[in-house]
Design a protein around this ligand. Structure first.
Ligand code: SF4
Length: 82
């Protein structure tokens, strides 16, 4: 399911491309929400409505390259282990 960009912001997805290993694991976990761009993970939309699949992708990313934040406050929502 593709979630359209949220107006006013809800969750912000960030990928540290210096850390991403290009495994593509996030594409399978958050289908339609993550993509590969020149061999590195990138969100399809920077700001989305809350989606558990994106939080799951941040949790399973082997290099912890993905950070999900509350777009309004900047609070880190995932990964929880960080
Ligand atoms: S799962 Fe992590 S390391 Fe793999 S492509 Fe996605 S962001 Fe990069």
């Amino acid at each position: 399911m593709v979630i359209p960009p949220a107006r006013g912001g809800q969750w912000r997805i960030e990928v540290d491309r210096r850390v991403c290993a290009g495994t593509g694991l996030c594409l399978g976990t958050a289908r339609g929400l993550m993509r590969l761009d020149t061999g590195r993970g990138r969100p399809v939309y920077d700001v989305i409505a809350p989606a558990d699949a994106v939080a799951d992708a941040a949790e399973v990313c082997p290099t912890q390259a993905i950070t999900v934040r509350d777009a309004a406050t900047g609070e880190v929502l995932a990964p929880l282990s960080r």
